[in-house]
Design a protein around this ligand. Sequence first.
Ligand SMILES: [Zn+2]
Length: 246
Amino acid sequence: MLDDPTDALSAAPPAGARRNGPARGRLKFCYGPMDCGKSTLALQIDHNHARQGRRGLVLVRHDRSGAPQITSRIGIARRATEVATGTDLRDLVREQWARGQHVDYVIVDEAQFLSSVQVDQLAELADEAGIDVYCFGIATDFRSRLFPGAARLFEIADELQPVQVEVLCWCGLPGRFNARVRDDVILRDGDTVVVADTEHSVVESSASARSDAEMVTVRYQVLCRRHFRSGDLGPAAAQHGQLRLS
Ligand SMILES: [Zn+2]
């Protein structure tokens, strides 16, 4: 660790600062489809670190609960700091330092929604301040295109870890794609956006004039690549409850 952590992220670190020791922070991205247990894993990692006396910062972008916390489908939750579009993630760490708290690790849930700039800030925290950064998120959107945050993480993370916990397509193959579905038809385009999970979806539109009629009966279904491509939602498609966004 650097002697004075408040200097670690300054624009011009003191000459020789790096010689004080190797920065040991690592940037890790755990990714998988919706409902694969990423949030549960995030909470478990937080718990494991905290139990060893390490101090962490838990961040979330667009949590499914609508409140700043990480919630998991198995019923556990932890308060988290909501990251806004323009938040400089380094500032969140500096605020902790200003209060005399050190930061050993940072956990980010829904990391696919981070901007590429924010992911770069996480890399800086790992490299310059020796902070371990664990990002959790979905790799691809409903069009099977990488989310910006996920794309940047694939480019620069030290470690990429697929999370594949019991999320299967209706056919039994691993589910890898989050299909956006309306009236049992897969939507192939539309505003980029997004998703919190299969029960509560957040649609964030760049177009301000989206009519209410367009907001209803959208749901997400995890599919294997074959059935994502073919659009076959399986025999139970008609039985799925329709999510209404009002
Ligand atoms: Zn399938």
